[in-house]
Ligand binder design. Structure first.
Ligand code: SF4
Ligand code: SF4
Length: 855
């Protein structure tokens, strides 16, 4: 941790990714008796912590006796290079334990574009990349997630794969390893035992022969008894999806032929309304979340969706919590649902149309009627939504130029509708290349090449005429790599390793993806992309032939045939069973519509904590409070906006009725002192809020209890402001601050006392006129007089430290780190070794100077 603080955190973007300072994080030393499990998401923290699968497995593992579970993520390249330079191994966020000290590493593979990240994790952890090179002291490394439909491209890097739902498998795997520990089983013996667990695949040196034993993809029988995430740990850094997600249903019966998840997660299993309501309430009480997402592959198909919304919507709204559904159907059921989702953020509504023409939508099995789409978009615009997002794919099987033209025509129709309805309405269109995925009816189809994809994108760009349309195109070169990795065989492992060794990192990130590295890697590995993008005969053994999916090959084949005939696919939830093989039809029905679906709704509703700014006799009496707080330790690496959001979450968690703003998107009404720069600690930060509490002692106790697990945050004082006072603008009124800067030994000259050294530096600066030069926002040079600061500067005579008052607003404002660099002529690297603490903030009124609590 010491080296991390000294050599890495001050120099990277978003250091909060690497500090694990989450609210409710369990920090306990790793017990040598426990089986130590690290769950790793092979992408950045903010992506990984948005993933429900990771949270579900974390919730499951946390409840297992004899297991300690921690988490880790992939660093951004700036942090990766510093970790390498200073030989700091990749570690877990909870206890900062190097990953190689764990017994088991579990990685989740959600996208082929994270494959090189797997190698980054292993290499940064100091673990041999290939399973064959690992020894007795190395952890076992396993993978789960949807990409394991085809384990072959990563088979040499993993000791074993877990196919299907992870919940039950995780219990069996950890149980087996705990037992084998007692007999001090060798690595080989452990892998042999794990290979006997259903759904576990231990890759041998050669891929399994066709016709041999199959690995059956596992499914949990129902969601009801599976642990659900409880809202903690609460991330401080803004996530890619900063919501509390509750899985309401797993699986989808719509049958879209391109969709891997729709086939892989069959049959549909639901969580009861009562369990969902309880989980949502629990998450808000524990985490204070401001947005809840009811998650599934097709949430509008949840059998009791309207009842669910009817219960949750009013309760959440009165707590300032938004309710959202990520995946909506293009039909009238969505209209009814949207009608119930009153209030909330109405910025964008997303529809996956996928293909422009009815013919091609029939081929791919997408049941979207153009008139329904137009009706829905029109209703949405009229109801206050300002944007409709439309998703399309290019390069679908049997696509013609006419199909592409129809995308542009449809987009223009929606855009025209947006212009005809009063108000500003935009249409955002995303075009993604189609990638045939294993385990779908299109697994045998050829993938469209780069030039043709590019031509299709250009064609749409030229044909779309409307001004209120924004077109976004996914990079077709990424799709080529994704396609090779998705349907690759074991030789593709060599390609992944060659690309990684050449520098491929975080390929899913536009800023990082470098196609040239992959082109070179193809040469090194002696492979050609076309060999993997080609169509396959159904008689040809596929690399993943040994994986027994929930749906049968015969079903996939029949769907491929129907696609070729242009026949749409029926939803088996609405019509007869299509014999996909996932279950017996009666069992499917019972799983989807269990007798206990609604159950008894727990009565303990959330307290009403949101109080809108409504004037009149009905409005509650509000009191204005000012809080002084400290921000210390690792929390100094959290940015201002993230801290503001965390405090909002904490206030919601406290159960206090706090004032919100009015309007479509109400926010908690908070006022903060000026933002504190990253890496500066403080015991003099302030915020104001209004709430209905009147008893200062009781409110302080409540706040202290609520903020207790917010490591690094401390409430220093709480004061009621006089009722007649106008809400003071802390951000504008605090004009100067007192800092204490403790100088690191490395910045001091060894031959002189610090008193002489600092005194000499001050005298020298004064003699030079005490002018500090800074650049304003337009890049112009500004001279700032630091004479008053230097004249008031105090040097500590007990330890090497100075205290100085600096302006934080106006012409003479200067940051404490910049002041230090100027005074001692330090570069950023050396100044960052010194500890800067803000001790007080001051408000000036004429000649008077006082703290914000004194005014
Ligand atoms: S609706 Fe279609 S695309 Fe969406 S999850 Fe279901 S099968 Fe997949
Ligand atoms: S077995 Fe029949 S009812 Fe069940 S998911 Fe498959 S097609 Fe649908």
């Amino acid at each position: 941790m010491y080296r991390l603080e000294r050599h890495v955190l001050p120099f990277v973007q978003k250091p909060a990714r690497y500090i694990g300072s989450e609210i409710g994080i369990e920090r306990k030393p790793l017990s040598p008796e426990d089986l130590r499990l690290a769950l790793i998401y092979p992408d950045l923290y903010e992506v990984g912590m948005s993933n429900l699968g990771l949270k579900v497995l974390h919730a499951v593992a946390s409840r297992l006796g004899g297991v300690t579970v921690e988490r880790s993520f992939v660093p951004w390249p700036d942090a990766e290079s510093l970790l390498r330079e200073h030989r700091i191994p990749l570690y877990s966020l909870e206890s900062f334990t190097p990953l190689r000290e764990f017994d088991l590493l579990g990685l989740t593979l959600q996208s082929e574009l994270t494959y090189t990240n797997v190698l980054t994790v292993l290499d940064l952890a100091g673990i041999p990349l290939r399973s064959a090179d690992r020894g007795e002291s190395d952890p076992l490394v396993c993978a789960g997630g949807p990409c394991t439909v085809n384990p072959e491209p990563l088979a040499p890097f993993f000791d074993f794969f877990v196919l299907g739902d992870g919940e039950t498998a995780l219990c069996r795997i950890t149980g087996t390893l705990i037992e084998l520990r007692k007999s001090k089983a060798s690595r080989k013996q452990r892998l042999e035992a794990l290979g006997r667990i259903e759904g576990v695949f231990v890759p041998g040196e050669q891929p399994p022969w066709p016709g041999g034993a199959q690995v059956i993809v596992q499914r949990v029988a129902g969601l009801e008894r599976q642990p659900a995430p409880d809202g903690l740990p609460l991330p401080l850094l803004e996530l890619a999806q900063h919501h509390f997600s509750v899985e309401i249903m797993r699986g989808c019966t719509c049958g879209c032929r391109f969709c891997q998840a729709g086939m892989y997660y069959r049959p549909v299993r639901v969580r009861s309304v009562a369990a969902i309501v309880e989980t949502v309430r629990n998450g808000i009480r524990r985490g204070g979340w401001d947005a809840v997402t009811l998650l599934s592959l097709s949430s509008a198909d949840y059998p009791a969706v309207e009842e669910l919304v009817e219960i949750l919507q009013p309760e959440l709204e009165s707590n300032g919590v938004r309710l959202s559904f990520p995946s909506l159907r293009v039909d009238r059921s969505t209209l009814r649902l949207l009608g119930r989702l009153d209030g909330g953020n109405r910025s964008g509504l997303t529809f996956a149309v996928e293909a422009g023409s009815p013919r091609l939508r029939g081929v791919i099995g997408k049941k979207v009627e153009e008139e329904n789409l137009l009706e829905l978009a029109g209703e949405a615009f009229r109801a206050g939504w300002t944007m409709v997002k439309l998703y399309f794919m290019l390069g679908l099987p049997s696509e013609t130029e006419e199909d592409i033209d129809q995308i542009a025509r449809l987009v223009d129709r929606v855009a025209r509708l947006g212009r005809e309805i009063p108000g500003k309405h935009n249409v955002n269109v995303t075009l993604s290349p189609f990638v045939p995925k294993p385990g779908t009816p299109f697994q045998w189809e050829p993938q469209t090449g780069l030039q043709q994809l590019q031509a299709g994108m250009n064609r749409v760009r030229q044909l779309v005429r409307s001004r209120n349309v924004t077109l976004k195109m996914h990079d077709p070169r990424l799709a080529i790599i994704e396609g090779v990795l998705a349907r690759g065989d074991r030789r593709v492992a060599g390609l992944v390793q060659a690309a990684w060794e050449r520098g491929a990192r975080l390929d899913g990130w536009r800023e990082c993806f470098d196609f040239a590295l992959w082109e070179q890697a193809f040469e090194t590995a002696g492979l050609e992309a076309e060999a993997y993008l080609r169509g396959r005969e159904e008689s040809e053994p596929l690399p993943w032939h040994y994986v027994r999916l929930p749906v049968t090959e015969a079903f996939l084949s029949s769907q491929k045939l129907q696609a070729a005939l242009g026949e749409n696919v029926a939803d088996c939830a609405e019509g007869p069973c299509l014999n996909c093989g996932a279950e017996k039809p009666a069992v499917c029905r019972e799983l989807r519509l269990p007798e206990s679906l609604e159950g008894e709704i727990p009565s303990a509703a959330l307290p009403l904590t949101r109080t809108a700014l409504t004037a009149g006799p009905e409005s509650p009496v509000m009191r204005l409070w000012r809080v002084r707080y400290a921000k210390r330790g690792f929390l100094r690496y959290l940015g201002h906006l993230d801290l503001v959001r965390a405090i909002e979450f904490m206030l919601r968690r406290s159960g206090q009725a706090v004032r919100y703003t009015e309007g479509f998107n109400p926010r908690m009404k908070l006022h903060f002192s000026p933002p504190l720069p990253l890496a500066v600690e403080s015991e003099a930060e302030y915020f104001d809020f209004e709430c209905t509490a009147t008893d200062q002692t009781a409110l302080r106790e409540t706040l202290e209890r609520t903020f207790r697990d917010f490591t690094g945050f401390q409430i220093m004082a709480l004061k009621a402001l006089p009722p007649e006072s106008r809400l003071p603008q802390l951000a504008a009124d605090i004009s100067c601050c007192l800092y204490r800067i403790s100088l690191d030994r490395e910045v001091l000259p060894g031959e002189r006392s610090w008193l002489d050294y600092i005194g000499g530096c001050c005298a020298e600066r004064l003699a030079q006129g005490a002018l500090f030069i800074r650049l304003d926002k337009k890049g112009r040079r500004k001279e700032v007089s630091l004479r008053p600061a230097l004249e008031g500067l105090e040097i500590d005579d007990k330890e090497p430290a100075i205290s100085v008052i600096l302006d934080v607003q106006g012409e003479n404002a200067v940051r404490a780190d910049s002041f230090l660099e100027w005074l001692l002529d330090l570069d950023r690297g050396r100044s960052s070794l010194c500890r800067i603490e803000k001790k007080e903030s001051f408000v000036r009124r004429g000649e008077l100077r006082a703290t914000p609590l004194e005014f």
